[in-house]
Design a protein around this ligand. Sequence first.
Ligand code: SAM
Length: 222
Amino acid sequence: MITFFIATLFPEIFDGVLNSSMLFKAQDKQIVSFKIINIRDFGFGQRKQVDDTPYGGGDGMLLMVEPLYKTILYVKSLTTKKITTILPTPRGKTYLQSDANKLAEMDSDFLILCPRYEGYDERIINFVDKTYSIGNYVLTGGEIPAMVIVDSITRLLPGVLGGETSVINESFQLNDFTTEFPQYTRPEEFNGLVVPQVLLSGNHKKIAEWRNKQNDTSKNEL
Ligand code: SAM
């Protein structure tokens, strides 16, 4: 079983996503478990302060290094298993399917830190294993990136999708830039739009050839 520890200032954000559909089933089958940690528990003083103004001036507040560091130490004290600590940040490596594949194969639990505000004290980088950006845009916090990382890893774990579904033919498995072929289901005709004839032919060789030709490699240019 893989445990995902998720450290956040907004634990309630995760309820719906982690407790629905495949992520719920993966917990039910004891393939994964999710543990939400409140970073505020490691804040300073009565107000449990976790943020402060940036040295050198600038907009907004930063998450202080110490509450984040204490969060890491606390999580590491909970298990003897290896823990890979991930920090979502626009400054990290762009997160791709190949990263999800590698993380899913690791014999490791995961701790994902979710910064907020204008970000975090850079010194926390010394205590994390991986930094990922989930794309070239700015979100309000690390929670949505954490969900992206958890979801993309969990669905790759053996037993999660069930025998009838394979990830091998999915988008980005051939390489990080090639998508799956287009798919169709009933009805055969909708508002004059028809399903490609070859898919109705029953000829599996021809269907495979057609599908191979449809793989979208246009994203190679990104
Ligand atoms: N001031 C930061 C900047 O300009 O790069 C943005 C801070 S953002 C409002 C707060 C936090 O959300 C970030 O520190 C990071 O943890 C998370 N975040 C926002 N966008 C992200 C992205 N594209 N990928 C990964 N994490 C992101």
